[in-house]
Design a protein around this ligand. Sequence first.
Ligand code: GDP
Ligand code: MN
Length: 387
Amino acid sequence: MKIHEYQAVEFFRQYGIATAKGAPAFTPDEAVEVAKTLPGPVYVVKAQIHSGGRGKAGGVKIAKSLDEVRTYASQLLGATLVTKQTGPEGKQVNRLFITEGVDIEKEYYVSFAVDGATARVVMMASAEGGTEIEEVAANTPEKIVKEYIDPTVGIRGYQARHAAGMLGLDGDETKQFIKIVTGMYRLFMAMDCSLVEINPLAKLKDGRMVAIDAKVNFDDNALFRHKELEELRDVTEEDPKEVEAHKYDLNYIPLKGNIGCMVNGAGLAMATMDIIKYFGAAPANFLDCGGGATAEKVAGAFEILLSDKEVKGIMVNIFGGIMKCDVIAEGIVEASRQVGVKVPLVVRLEGTNAEKGKEILSSSGLNITPADSMADAAQKIIALIKA
Ligand code: GDP
Ligand code: MN
């Protein structure tokens, strides 16, 4: 789950990470009110969208007076920003973050993320701040220093000092850097983050080290431990299909193909996508509806699949283990009646009470094509969407 910069800055403050002063604004009037509380005479008006690269896309404006704050705020609110990360359709700006303008001497990069290969949290830092770190990683990887953190002891002083040395920081800057990265690591662990990033971390002309940008992403699988984060969610930034899936507690990821998949279990869902690919077509999504597939959940899943205009057919692949196939079949029939499925629907049921389940499907009077195996189901749905 992503949050906005101004929300991430709140976490930075809680964890003692130095940031520029600022507050959110939703109207030009509010933007001016916020600016009046800041030191001035230079302010920064920043578009709040769930995307990086705002600076290059014109989403970060340096204002030299309160009048300019109002002008930029009016320009940005309601505008659509197209950044490297938004895709060509861009994202509409509905919120702003107004900060004090600071005098930057040099920009650095620092982040914490999970490294899959070592199964550890990794700190990455670079003297090439402000630019896109992906480009630094691709062209000059030696300019990024990585410190892998042992979870039993946490980040060590020597790791922070080593990174500071690689960035060329002096003694006082190193002290500030250690405080910042220690706060970032504590935040990362305490809130089950998947990313905590500062780009740029700025060294100011007055010697202070300050976070000029703030990015905090949370691990979706740990959100149940942090119910309070739900109110930070900005659903206008998310794919409506994913928002809907979250409501039904479905694990859903939209993809580019045209065969909608409804499966129980993540492993089976991946195998289902594989077999669709194997027979020459492409899945429209990953969808794991979990162990407790109630009729309501199945209906919700169908609605999401059908709201995707690219979906030309649906393949249901259920292995009834704890759930019984007849219960699932009833759910499918009920959901099909409720939602009105107009595209071909192929259902493969296996496991406990599979025979009873198939009987329910065939006597339902609905246009459901039963399948005997995964391969059979994949071939049948592909044939049907081509027909
Ligand atoms: P991003 O482009 O979405 O990553 O947005 P950032 O928040 O990183 O802002 C982009 C750039 O704007 C930064 O890299 C800075 O160079 C510049 N910037 C932001 N705030 C200030 C400021 O207070 N003073 C100065 N001089 N530049 C700033
Ligand atoms: Mn940035």
